[in-house]
Every structure is written in C-alpha cells, then in structure tokens.
Write a protein that binds this ligand. Structure first.
Ligand code: 5AD
Ligand code: SF4
Length: 471
C-alpha cells in the first residue's frame, strides 16, 4: 500500500515540474506573474481541500490573488449540500465565460468538489458551459497537477471523476489560510445517509486515517508553529471503528492532546447518535480540547428525526446536552437546524423551538430544507410550501437570536484567553480571535500579537461577537 502511495505522490511531483516549466515560460512572455484565484464554497472540509489545491498551485508557479478579475487560473471547490450553492456556481460560470472572451482567453477554469460528483451536473457542464477546462471530484484532488498538465498539453477540457475513493495520498503540500491554526482530516466520507443529505453520495463511504498518520501530521504542524488544530470528519464520533486496529475518537483526542506545541484542539462534526460518555469524559479531561461542542440536532420532532434517519430522539439529544454541561460547566454548544423538512407540521416545528430554548446555543447554523435529487427525502410526500417554511424560519430566528445574545451577554466581565488570529478587515487596530468556547472576540491590539494567546477582559456584547480589552 505505502508503495503505491509513494509512487502516486512522486508522479504528481513530476507533473508539478512539467507545469511549472510552462508557467515560467508564460511569465517570461507576459512579463508578469501568473495568478490563481481559489474559492471554497462549502464546509470546513472543502476549505481544507482548497488549502491543498492552493499548495499544489503555488508549487506549480502560480501566485495567489484575491482579485478574480486578474486571475490566470480560477478554481472553484464546489458544494452541493443545498441548491443555492449550486446556483451560485452556474451564475459565476456565466461571468467567467465573458471574462474569458473579453479579458483573458488563456485563463484556465477548474471546477472540483462535491457538486461535480453528480451526473446531472456533468451533463449540464458538457452542454452549456464548454468554457470550463478542468473538472474533477472529491476523490482525486491530489491529481490536480496531472490534470493541469494534460489540459495545457491538449487544450481540451479534462474530466476526471471517480465514483469511489481509491487511495489516500498523504503529505500533499498545503497553504494554510492561517499560519497558526490548521485543519487535519481524520476521516473522509459518511455512512449515515440522513434522508435529506447528499454528502454520502458525493463523498463516499467512511474511511478513517490511522492515528499514526494523523499524529505525524499534527506533530509536523506543531513544529511549523501551529498552535490550534481542528480535527475534521463528517461524523468524528464514529472515527476509527473500521481501522485494522480500531481506535475510538476519544482515544485519538487523548493522543493529540499529548502533542507538544499544540495548545488548542477543536473538532467537528459530532453526530448525536454516536456521542459516547467516553468522549465527553475525554473532552473534559484533556486540557487542550476546547470546551465547545457542535452537535447538530436538525429537528426537535421525534417523528421528523425518524424520517430524517437520524437515530436519536429529542429526549436522548437533551440528555446529551445535560451530560456535556454536567461534565463541563460553562461549555458552549452550537448546532445545525433544518426547517421545512417534508411533512414538518407546526407542532413539529414547535418541538424544534423547544430544543433551541432548552439547549441555549451560542450559535446555530440554520437552513431551509433544500430538495436534493437522489436523496430519499426528495421523493417524500408533503413537501412544505415555501411561504410556510419562510415564516417558520423567521420565527425560529426570533427565538434563537435573543438566546445567542443572552449567552454572549453572560460572558461580559469575564477574562478569557483569546487566540489572536488576524486584524479586523474594517479596522487595522482591532484584532479578532476566538476564545476557548469558540466565541469570536474583537479587541484593540497590534499585528505582532497574531498567533499568541492573549488574556482579554470582555467589556461588551454584540450578539454574534464580543468586545474585549487586553489586561
Ligand atoms: N437541506 C438543507 N440543509 C441541509 N443540510 C444538509 N443537507 C441539507 C438539505 N438538503 C444541512 C444540515 C447539515 C449541514 C451541514 O447542512 O443541517 O448538518
Ligand atoms: Fe449528511 Fe447526515 Fe452524513 Fe452529516 S451525518 S454528512 S447530515 S448524511
């Protein structure tokens, strides 16, 4: 196995060299750098994949730009969890056609990620968006150099979509969006098949990386100055079950907690059906693990949860919340909620509001149900009319936002350790960062503090973030 991994890694390096030569030549001709523009349109997993794509592009000789209008290589890492994300891609492709025709005919346009794993999308691209140059999916990200080389050589559109994962290629170069914090994949794919969700169809079956590979990566990041790691998986609580030597996620957390240099550990996402007492205990006992838990509830109605195929009830979810709070007083919770799942009645919706009131989330990611072709929910009867869903959505925010405000208000007067991440985009004299409990804190400070843990007293509350001052 490791032999194939090495050869694949080397193969791609070979293509990186080939592309780099072409890029250098082009730079000389034009007398300027060649730029890439990279956009991740989905979840943290996508964002992390994009860091790897960007790492490969810079090794190929491209420089990053935030200005799409000057880019020579444009890559969108797409999402298909909700329809809106897909519509956005088509909208942008319309603009790109114009860009290529009028501004930069040699620009290379690449699309990848979840949306590309769907047949219907590929058919649409082939028919209507022929100005796209490279298309690949979620399983063969590491092949980017080879695909770029092929595209440059043939001048034709390159499609490379796999239906399943073949191998995990380790050690891809990556450009981290932040120098001091990094994401680490601990597993890929999802086996849960929640009835509304397309992820299992586009990201394949669950596969865990070995603890050895994960720890090697975390140690390398620590040596590189990284202080905070985010362990990523669609369902981290089922991590390691299928490894040759099974390891639980709780055990993995304890191992990562031992890595010198790492000061904070976060993880996402936890599925309530698999959240074990062992994990709650490990969270409580590991000093570096942040006391923050993202626990998607989706709905508060047992009937809806059943039809969502979630395998828990409102009561068992609330029991988890209680246990987590008991083990870690002061822990903050966040969640994902879907409004308007097929068949959702006003009573079902009231149950969701009740969960929000009881759980007192510090944030919640709220979604209007989006029908995804190919998922079981798409063909369920009683799809909820749009105006009803919109009204429920607004009423949900009316319940949620005051709670978010109150939970933030409870922090005023406290002293927190904030990991300074960047200067505020609006005001360079303000730093922003997160407290251990994941709350966003703005405070006056200079750039040299970025990457440090700073003691900050919270003096004001802006509902979705806090204002503090250094002490
Ligand atoms: N419609 C609306 N929201 C969805 N999610 C996943 N699939 C859908 C869908 N079809 C939400 C869930 C999940 C989050 C990542 O996206 O809440 O937890
Ligand atoms: Fe989708 Fe459910 Fe898997 Fe999350 S756990 S990715 S919601 S199927």
């Amino acid at each position: 196995m490791s032999h194939t991994l090495n050869t694949e890694f080397e193969r791609q390096h070979h293509y990186i060299e080939i592309v780099r030569e072409k890029v250098e030549q082009k730079k000389k001709e034009l007398g300027r750098p060649l730029y890439f523009y990279s956009l991740a349109m989905g979840c943290q997993m996508n964002a992390h994949d994009s860091e790897k794509l960007e790492g490969m592009l810079s090794e190929m000789g491209y420089e990053r730009t935030e200005e799409e209008k000057e880019a020579d290589f444009i890559i969108y890492n797409t999402c298909c969890v909700r329809e809106n994300a897909e519509l956005k891609v088509y909208g942008k492709l319309g603009w790109l056609k114009h860009y290529k025709e009028t501004k930069n005919p040699n620009a290379i346009i690449a699309l990848c990620g979840c949306m590309m794993q769907q047949e219907t999308v590929l058919a649409t691209l082939r028919q209507k968006y022929r100005h796209v140059d490279i298309v690949f999916g979620t399983f063969n990200l590491y092949k980017l150099p080879e695909l770029v080389a092929t595209c440059m050589e043939t001048g034709e559109t390159v499609y490379d979509i796999w239906q399943e994962h073949q191998e995990v290629v380790e050690d891809l170069p990556a450009i981290r969006h932040f120098p001091y914090k990094a994401s680490v994949n601990i597993m890929f794919g999802c086996n849960n098949f929640c009835s509304y969700c397309i992820v299992p169809y586009v990201r394949g079956r669950e596969r865990s990386r070995t603890p050895e590979d994960i720890l090697a990566e975390v140690r390398k990041l620590a040596a590189d100055g990284v202080k905070e790691v985010m362990l990523l998986g669609q369902n981290v609580n089922s991590y390691g079950k299928n490894l040759e030597n099974p390891v639980s996620f709780a055990e993995l957390l304890r191992m990562v907690n031992e890595v010198e240099g790492i000061e904070r550990i976060r993880f996402m996402t936890s599925h309530p059906k698999d959240l074990s007492d062992e994990l709650i205990k490990a969270m409580a006992e590991c000093d570096k693990v942040c006391k923050y838990l993202h626990l998607p509830v989706q709905s508060g109605s047992d009937e809806i949860l059943k039809r969502m195929n979630r395998h828990y009830t409102k009561e068992s979810y609330m029991e988890l919340v209680r246990k987590a709070r008991e083990a870690m007083p002061g822990i903050t919770l966040s969640t994902d909620i879907i409004v308007g799942f097929p068949g959702e009645t006003e009573e079902d919706f009231q149950e969701t509001l009740d969960v929000i009131r009881q759980s007192r989330y510090s944030t919640a990611f709220t979604f209007i149900y989006s029908k995804r072709t190919g998922t079981p929910a798409a063909t369920m009867e009683n799809q909820v009319p749009e105006d009803v869903v919109k009204d429920r959505f607004d009423r949900m925010l009316d319940v949620l936002n005051p709670i978010v405000h109150e939970v933030h208000q409870e922090q005023v007067g406290k002293v927190m350790t904030v990991f300074a991440e960047e200067t505020s985009k609006q005001d360079k004299s303000i730093l922003t960062g997160r407290a251990d409990n994941n709350m966003l804190v703005h405070f006056p400070g200079t750039e040299d503090l970025i990457g440090q843990m700073i003691s900050v007293k919270i003096i004001d509350n802006k509902t979705f973030y806090l204002i503090g001052e250094r002490i």
